[in-house]
Ligand binder design. Structure first.
Ligand SMILES: Cc1cc2nc3c(=O)[nH]c(=O)nc-3n(C[C@H](O)[C@H](O)[C@H](O)COP(=O)(O)OP(=O)(O)OC[C@H]3O[C@@H](n4cnc5c(N)ncnc54)[C@H](O)[C@@H]3O)c2cc1C
Length: 404
C-alpha cells in the first residue's frame, strides 16, 4: 500500500508518526511546500521576538524523516488532485499515485484579493518565510488589518519591536466571536495601554502605493509603510476540484467521522471541516493545534484500516498580549457563571446543564482542565455556583478520605 501525505504540519507529521508506530512496511511519501523540517506556526511570534532562532524553531530534523523511512518531496506543492485516477500532480510536473491520500495542507490568510495587496510592504503570517520577510522590512508605521487571534498577537509583537501600530477591525470588538465583548474590551485596553491604536468599525478597503504608502478604509486614509493582512484564515485547498471532493460552508474538505472525504482520500487539520462539540455537533473548522494533532492521528489509523471515530473538536484560543494571558474555549452561547478579582476574570459558560465554554484572563493553567471538561460534556447541578463549578471542573475525581 502507498500512502501520500500532503502537508508537513501538525496534522501531517502526527499522521506520519502514527503510521510508523503501527506499520513499519507501508510506503509513505510526504509532500511539503516548505523546504524545511516541521515547525509550529504558533512559535512564529517567539521567533519574531528573537526568543527562538530558526534552528531551534524546527521541531523535526532530517534524521527524523530518515528514521520514519519516508520519501520526502520538500519544497514542492500539490497542484492537482485526480480522485478517479488516484494521483496528485506537483508543481514540478511529477505525478504520484496513492492508495490512501491524506490532505493536511493547513490554512492561509484571507484578503489576498484586496486592491493593492500585491504591493511591496504588504505581509501576512502563515509560514516562517512570511515572518522573515516581515522582519526584513523597515517597520515604522504598520497597519494590521484584522483583530483576530493572529492580528492581536502580531500587533503586540510589532509594537514591542518599536513600530507604531494601527489595528483595524470591521466589527465592534477585538477578537469578535472569540471572547465576550467585556472580555474583548479588557484585551483592547491592554493593547491601547501599550500604544497600539485600535480602530473598531473600520475595515480595510484598499492598499495605496507600491511600496505601500497608505491604506484606504471605510472612514478615510491612514499613512503607513507596511500592512499586515490578518483578516482570518481559509482552508488551503485551492488544488481541490469541488466536483471530486465536497467542500463545506467554511471552505474546508467535508469529512465523515473517520476523517474520510472520498475514495481513498482523508483530510485532517485546518483544511478539514469536522464538527464542534460545544455547538451540538455543528459543522466547523476549529483551526488549532490540538484539532490538527487529533485528526492527524485518527486519519492515520483509519487509513491503515483501523476504524477509529473522531468525536469532534472545540474552539480553543490562548493569547499572550504584552505578557498577559487570555483564553477562550468552546461556545459563547449560554449562562455565565463567573468570579472577578484583582483584574482577573474567570468565567464559565453553561448551557442545558452542561459546561460548553470558558474564558479566563491572567491564568492559562486552567485551560487544559476546562478543555477536558467541555470535551467530556460534564453535566452540572443547578443552581450553578462558581465555586461548585470550579471544583467539578478542576477536581473531577473524588479522592476517598481514609480517616472517614
Ligand atoms: C501565526 C500563527 C500562530 C498560531 N498560534 C496558535 C496557537 O497559539 N495555538 C494553536 O492551537 N494554534 C495556533 N495557530 C494555528 C495552528 O498553527 C494550526 O491550527 C495548525 O498548525 C494546523 O496544523 P495543520 O497541520 O493543519 O497545518 P499547518 O501546520 O499549517 O501545515 C500545513 C503544511 O502543509 C504544507 N502545504 C501547504 N500547501 C501545500 C500544498 N499545496 N502541497 C503540499 N504541501 C502544502 C505546508 O508547507 C505545511 O507543511 C497559529 C497559526 C498561525 C499562522
Amino acid at each position: 500500500m502507498r500512502i501520500v501525505i500532503a502537508g508537513n504540519g501538525f496534522a501531517g507529521v502526527t499522521a506520519l508518526e502514527t503510521i510508523r508506530a503501527v506499520d513499519s512496511q507501508v510506503e509513505v511519501t510526504l509532500i511539503s511546500r516548505e523546504a524545511r523540517g516541521f515547525y509550529s506556526p504558533a512559535s512564529l511570534f517567539a521567533y519574531m521576538e528573537g526568543r527562538v532562532d530558526e534552528v531551534h524553531l524546527i521541531m523535526r530534523d532530517a534524521a527524523f524523516y530518515e528514521r520514519m523511512a519516508v520519501e520526502t518531496r520538500f519544497g514542492r506543492e500539490v497542484r492537482r488532485l485526480d480522485t478517479a485516477a488516484r494521483t496528485v500532480t506537483l508543481d514540478d510536473g511529477a505525478t504520484l499515485t496513492y492508495d490512501r491520500l491524506l490532505i493536511a495542507t493547513g490554512a492561509v490568510t484571507r484578503g489576498q484579493g484586496i486592491a493593492g495587496s500585491a504591493a511591496q510592504g504588504v505581509f501576512k503570517l502563515d509560514w516562517l518565510e512570511d515572518a522573515q520577510r516581515l522582519l526584513a522590512w523597515p517597520l515604522r508605521r504598520v497597519v494590521v488589518a484584522g483583530a483576530g487571534r493572529i492580528g492581536v498577537e502580531l500587533a503586540a509583537v510589532l509594537r514591542e519591536r518599536g513600530a507604531e501600530v494601527i489595528m483595524l477591525e470591521v466589527k465592534s470588538t477585538v477578537l469578535p466571536g472569540v471572547f465576550d465583548p467585556d472580555m474583548a474590551a479588557l484585551i483592547h485596553e491592554r493593547l491601547a495601554e501599550h500604544g497600539v491604536e485600535v480602530r473598531l468599525h473600520e475595515g480595510l478597503v484598499e492598499i495605496c502605493g507600491d511600496p505601500v504608502q497608505a491604506v484606504r478604509t471605510e472612514r478615510g486614509e491612514i499613512a503607513c509603510d507596511a500592512v499586515v493582512l490578518a483578516m482570518g484564515r481559509r482552508p488551503n485547498v485551492d488544488f481541490v476540484n469541488p466536483s471530486q471532493l465536497a467542500l463545506g460552508a467554511g471552505g474546508g474538505i467535508l469529512v465523515d467521522k473517520y476523517l474520510h472525504a472520498a475514495d481513498g482520500v482523508y483530510a485532517a487539520g485546518d483544511c478539514a471541516e469536522t464538527w464542534d462539540l460545544s455547538e451540538a455537533g455543528r459543522r466547523a473548522i476549529n483551526g488549532v493545534i490540538p484539532t490538527a494533532v487529533d485528526t492527524g492521528r485518527l486519519a492515520a489509523l483509519n487509513m491503515l484500516g483501523r476504524p477509529t471515530a473522531y468525536p469532534g473538536s472545540i474552539n480553543a484560543n490562548v493569547l499572550i498580549v504584552f505578557g498577559r494571558a487570555y483564553f477562550s474555549l468552546g461556545s459563547l452561547e449560554g449562562e455565565r457563571v463567573q468570579r472577578r478579582h484583582d483584574g482577573i476574570v474567570e468565567r464559565f459558560i453553561v448551557r442545558d446543564g452542561r459546561l460548553v465554554g470558558a474564558q479566563f484572563t491572567g491564568e492559562t493553567r486552567a485551560a487544559a482542565q476546562a478543555q477536558q471538561a467541555i470535551r467530556r460534556s460534564i453535566s452540572l447541578r443547578e443552581p450553578f455556583s462558581f465555586d461548585a463549578l470550579r471544583r467539578r471542573i478542576f477536581y473531577p475525581v473524588r479522592v476517598p478520605n481514609p480517616n472517614r
